[in-house]
Design a protein around this ligand. Structure first.
Ligand code: SAH
Length: 390
């Protein structure tokens, strides 16, 4: 019997083929055999192919909702909570949510975007966001992030074209594991997603953006997408909505984005703006926002007729549970968007897909898991320690 048949199974979840082969080599399994096993898991959807074996979290809830483009599917995976301290308090599992969103592209082709979570809960406390209400429980490992793709691809049986880190959590608070997951997701022998199909969405931690600046200069990473959740047109409003703004304000963000643009061209960076009636939706806010975006509207490096100077994505607010604010009316959205366009800002409006299912932006966090508010609002420390320990 070959040695490889006697060894314990080795999971490739969250690993690149190179990393998997290195792990296998330590157990005496050759690179060829490791590659075949790796491909069986990621290409053929097998859960076992010696020495590879994966264990998947159970899907505890699944919700489908018909939308114009097809069907939005939200699924909740139940992960073990490895923290015994929490287990003593009756918390011995973690639920995370992922959403598969159908889209029709400009060419009419139907694509599917998977919205993944990077943490259980979130530490950042944005006042309009459902996930923030539960606080941070823990960060996910790269394997747990990639397992969301695996479930979408092989349990839901849907080919995923794009992945956005817009589910639960702040990717910049768990950047090591998020980057590791992306390396796996884009591995040609594995999930093989194009780098251009992946977008990290962030509240705008400037230290994290510095790291992204380094990362996108590495081979293969140039086309990674970035979305910045700006959500306000001035510091007073932004600090009220997003406490992180007290640490890195709008000026700091603008400077950082201009720097990033030097490296890699503006087209892969998108600004997100959750439109909340009575909070950030006045004409004056649109004017201020256009002013803040003005340095990005002129791009001397851009070829004539190619792309656009700056891209703003307006997201109509989905009222979270117990929200003091309503959803914006269509008239309000149109008025805000038109005013920005008159200033020359290229605006895209992402209408809600899945409002009823709580699968919409910022709605991730069930009543059940929300009760478990545990960890205070910090941005580093614990999160990174946990991530490194994985
Ligand atoms: N922490 C990351 C990713 C998760 S939130 C970030 O902040 O970008 C993903 C997007 O959903 C962000 O743009 C966020 O501003 C938006 N969002 C959060 N709550 C929302 C809500 N209630 N309605 C609409 N969009 C919301």
């Amino acid at each position: 019997m070959a040695i490889a048949d006697q060894i314990n199974p080795i999971s490739p979840m969250g690993l690149t083929l190179d990393a998997y082969q290195a792990l296998c080599a330590r157990e005496g399994v050759g690179p060829g055999r490791a590659k075949t096993a790796y491909q069986a898991i990621y290409r053929d959807g097998k859960t076992a192919s010696p020495p590879a074996k994966i264990t998947l979290p159970t899907i505890v809830t699944r919700h489908e909702e018909a939308v114009n483009e097809g069907t939005t599917i939200k699924f909740v995976q139940r992960l073990p909570n490895p923290d015994h301290r929490l287990a003593n308090r009756g918390i011995d599992f973690d639920d995370i949510e992922s959403v598969i969103i159908p889209m029709i592209g400009r060419s009419g082709r139907k694509t599917h975007t998977l919205c993944v979570s990077s943490q259980v809960g979130c530490a950042l406390g944005c006042t309009f966001c459902e996930t923030a209400q539960m606080g941070l429980i823990r960060s996910l490992s790269a394997a747990e992030i990639v397992a969301q793709w695996w479930a979408a691809r092989f349990i839901e049986n849907i080919k995923i074209d794009n992945i956005v880190f817009m589910g639960m959590g702040e990717p910049m608070d768990n950047l090591d594991q998020v980057l590791k997951a992306i390396a796996c997701l884009t591995d040609r022998n594995g999930p093989a997603l194009p780098m251009s199909g992946i977008t990290i969405s962030t509240v705008g931690r400037v230290d994290g953006l510095e790291r992204i600046k380094e990362q996108v200069q590495k081979p293969g990473w140039k086309r990674l997408g970035l979305a910045l959740s700006l959500n306000a047109s001035n510091d007073e409003v932004r600090s009220r909505l997003m406490p992180i703004n007290k640490k890195w304000n709008m000026q700091a963000l603008q400077t950082m984005l201009l720097e990033l643009r030097q490296v890699r061209g503006w087209r892969k960076i998108m600004i997100e703006y959750v439109l909340i009636p009575g909070v950030n939706s006045e004409d004056t806010h649109a004017d201020e926002l256009a002013e803040w975006m003005s340095p990005f509207l002129k791009d001397p490096t851009r070829k004539k007729g190619k792309g656009h100077g700056g891209l703003l994505n307006v997201i109509p607010y989905n009222p979270r549970r117990d929200s003091p604010w309503d959803a914006p009316s269509d008239e309000l959205i149109d008025r805000f968007v038109n005013r920005l366009m008159r200033h020359g800002v290229f605006v895209n409006c992402r209408r809600t897909k899945g409002r009823d299912s709580m699968a919409a932006c910022g709605q991730l966090g069930t009543a059940e898991i929300r009760k478990r508010k545990l960890i205070s609002l910090t941005t580093q420390g614990r999160t990174d320690q946990e991530a490194n320990a994985q």
